[in-house]
Design a binder for this molecule. Structure first.
Ligand code: HEM
Length: 515
């Protein structure tokens, strides 16, 4: 019996030893000077310290004890977490080029056609060319402006929906705003006649969940068999196949309708994003032959990155304002005064709504939709704050921690739009205490597209309606818990009662509800 127990003990010690060796960070074996971090358990590393908390909040708490640069081990995933504006600047500016790549994952590899989208593609010529197409042709200011009529039409449909409600009936603001924003992205991408819109948006929603979740197989990427036996790989492949079939249909229909280049050149500016990409493909000259799969990967990106981010911002802005009725009234007074008697509201006029702009900024500060940005991967060994960052090391920036750092922000946790009146701090990637769109080479190229939707829908919702809580809820009762995952939306959908502001229709001849 003793022999069996001794044998069992030896075998289990050997297994434990093997797990520790296999899971110990290779960097520490290479005598690199790694940043400090919380103590790690064998096999799971620091996973237990994230249990039950949202990652950006858990990381900020850990950073209070372990400093603004930390080494974290999530099972086999090793990550450096940056939590201060000073060090965010080192990563995103001083060492931007060395840290300009992205780590891969099973989900991004499968869903984005071998990471040939913009967001997950490694740094290099391919990414540079895609990024150029994206900023110059797909998401530039002129192109985004040309989608103004789509935003208007979506808002008109929203008003029609509200018009059918009975008095005092609440609406799910989350669902309706998401629908408007998604439709804008869909119509801008594939035009009016996209039959597959509903299925496509459902699939993209599942993309988001697969990319955000903490899956066992993803935490042990070296053990590829786990993704097979746990069914993760087949699930992702099936999802990609669904997306693929829809995109194939859309491409096929577009080709059947006739060549996009039949359009006279003066009408091209208004073409949808698919038309732009097909033209780029046909004209060539980007240094590589664009394939249909490349086009599909870019659309996967536009949908995954461009939908939830804007609707999350609108929902949080409405949530903060409903919690502070004086603030909401101030924005409404501003909007109603500015819209009064206008035949058309231009983009420039929306931007001149100075108090609403402050509310949007403060929303993006306290509720950045992507609180940990997208992870970076090191391409060339470098030092951050004296610590070694080796090639392939994953680096994550806690943008939310930077935006709530008490060294940079007074009363950092409170929602105070007025704080931006007295400062030139902006979100365009030069002020590292406020980087909701990231900064440096991999900064979001969709800032314009995203902000135009946020400004347009917020201003119109506040102009045409008064908003109230339902079921006698008090403003202080509104739940502020965030969702888990890449995107930090509001966990509990915001539900409000809209009350039509009749004067708005007389005052707004630009509204054409039959559009
Ligand atoms: C309020 C709206 C938005 C927010 C807050 C936002 C935020 C972000 C953030 C934080 C990143 C990562 C930046 C980094 O790693 O430094 C990013 C990347 C990206 N975003 Fe956005 N985004 C928004 C809207 C959009 C829209 C509307 C689109 C497209 C239609 C878009 C397309 C992209 C793409 C393609 C990337 C990857 C860039 C690259 O890796 O080179 N985003 N976004």
């Amino acid at each position: 019996m003793d022999v069996i127990i001794i044998f069992f003990l030896i075998i289990s010690s050997l297994i434990t030893f093997l797990f520790i060796v296999l899971n110990s960070d290779p960097n520490s074996r290479q005598h690199l000077n790694l940043p400090p971090g919380p103590p790690k358990l064998p096999l799971i590393g620091n996973l237990h310290q994230l249990a039950g908390a949202l990652p950006h909040r858990a990381f900020r708490n850990l950073a209070k004890n372990h400093g603004p640069i930390m080494h974290i081990q999530l099972a086999q995933i090793s990550a450096i977490i940056i939590s201060s504006p000073r060090l965010a600047k080192e990563v995103l500016k001083t060492h931007d080029l060395a840290l300009a790549s992205r780590p891969t994952s099973l989900a991004s590899h499968i869903l984005f056609y071998g990471n040939t989208n913009i967001a997950f593609t490694p740094y290099g010529d391919y990414w540079r060319q895609l990024r150029k197409i994206c900023t110059l042709q797909l998401l530039g200011a002129k192109k985004v402006r040309s989608f103004a009529a789509i935003r208007q039409r979506e808002f008109n449909s929203f008003m029609k929906f509200l018009g059918m409600l009975s008095d005092g009936e609440p609406i799910n603001v989350h669902e309706k705003v998401t629908e408007m924003v998604n439709n804008v992205v869909c119509v801008s991408s594939f035009g009016d006649n996209c039959r597959q819109r509903k299925q496509l948006l459902e699939i993209i929603d599942r993309f988001g969940r697969e990319l955000s979740g903490l899956y066992l197989a993803d935490l042990f990427p070296d053990y590829e068999f786990l993704s097979v036996i746990l069914g993760r790989k087949s699930k992702l492949l099936k999802l990609r196949k669904n997306f693929d079939e829809i995109l194939d249909e859309i491409l096929e229909e577009r080709r059947r309708r006739g060549s996009y280049s039949d359009f006279p050149s003066d009408e091209r500016e208004d073409g949808d994003l698919l038309e732009v990409l097909l033209r780029v493909k046909e004209e060539g000259g980007v240094g590589f032959a664009i394939t249909d799969d490349n086009i599909k990967a870019i659309f996967a990106d536009i949908f995954a990155a461009g939908t939830d981010t804007s609707s999350i911002t609108i929902e949080w802005a409405m949530t903060e304002m409903i919690r502070n009725p004086t603030m909401m009234k101030k924005v409404q007074d501003e909007v109603r005064e500015a819209f009064n008697g206008k035949t058309m509201i231009t983009e420039k006029e929306l931007q001149s709504l100075s108090y609403m702009q402050l509310v949007i900024k403060e929303t993006l500060r306290l509720h950045p939709p992507v609180p940990l940005l997208l992870p970076r991967e090191c391409r060339e060994q470098c030092k951050i704050d004296g610590y070694d960052i080796h090639v392939k090391q994953k680096v994550m920036i806690n943008a939310w921690a930077c935006a709530t750092d008490p060294e940079y922000w007074e009363d950092a946790e409170s929602f105070k739009p007025e704080r931006f009146e007295k400062t030139s701090v902006d979100f365009m990637g030069n002020d590292y205490e406020f980087i909701p769109f990231g900064a440096g080479r991999r900064m979001c190229p969709g800032v314009n597209f995203g902000l135009r939707s946020v400004e347009f829908f917020l201003a119109h919702m506040l102009y045409f309606y008064d908003w109230n809580l339902h079921d006698g809820l008090n403003p202080t009762d509104v739940d502020m818990t965030e969702t888990e995952g890449v995107f930090a939306g509001k966990k509990d959908d915001l539900r409000l009662i809209p009350t039509f502001y009749p004067k708005a229709v007389d005052d707004a001849p630009f509204m054409n509800l039959n559009m």
